[in-house]
Design a protein. Structure first.
Length: 142
């Protein structure tokens, strides 16, 4: 079956997934670059904001984002410690300054995410997530 028969468009789902991913990444990158952070820094902070975590547990949670060039987020956690935003030897937690920075960034990230779903109903969003997760499972993913 041709994609255009299903969607009425010539571009397949892979195009839209990649295109959206690139747009989201660049939006978050721009936002975080203003704070001299990367998206991975933000993700580390976000994990630790939920609960104190070891670098190993952060790596496990964020494993889909690890690469051969960046097999661990330990260097980013160290950078956040040097900024005074993380504290702890085994388990890392946000400092007061880190909690303030996280809260400020969370507001900005939430606004960016809201832009992403503008004009999309909760039902449409849930259906999209459901379809994408089933397509992923069809290809052997989670």
């Amino acid at each position: 079956m041709e994609v255009s028969e299903i969607t009425g468009q010539r571009r397949p789902i892979g195009y839209w997934i990649k295109h959206l991913h690139e747009l989201a990444e660049s939006s978050f990158e721009k936002l975080l670059t203003e704070e001299h952070l990367t998206r991975r820094h933000w993700q580390v902070m976000n994990v630790v904001a939920r609960e104190p975590s070891t670098v190993e547990s952060i790596d496990a949670e964020l494993s889909p984002f690890l690469t051969a060039e960046q097999p661990s987020l330990r260097p980013l956690a160290r950078e956040l410690r040097e900024r005074g935003w993380l504290d702890g030897d085994g388990e890392l937690s946000l400092t007061e300054a880190g909690a303030r920075a996280h809260a400020d960034l969370l507001g900005k990230v939430t606004a960016t995410r809201a832009r992403l779903t503008d004009g999309i109903s909760v039902e449409e969003y849930r259906a999209t997530i459901d379809v994408l997760s089933r397509m992923s499972a069809n290809m052997g993913g989670q």
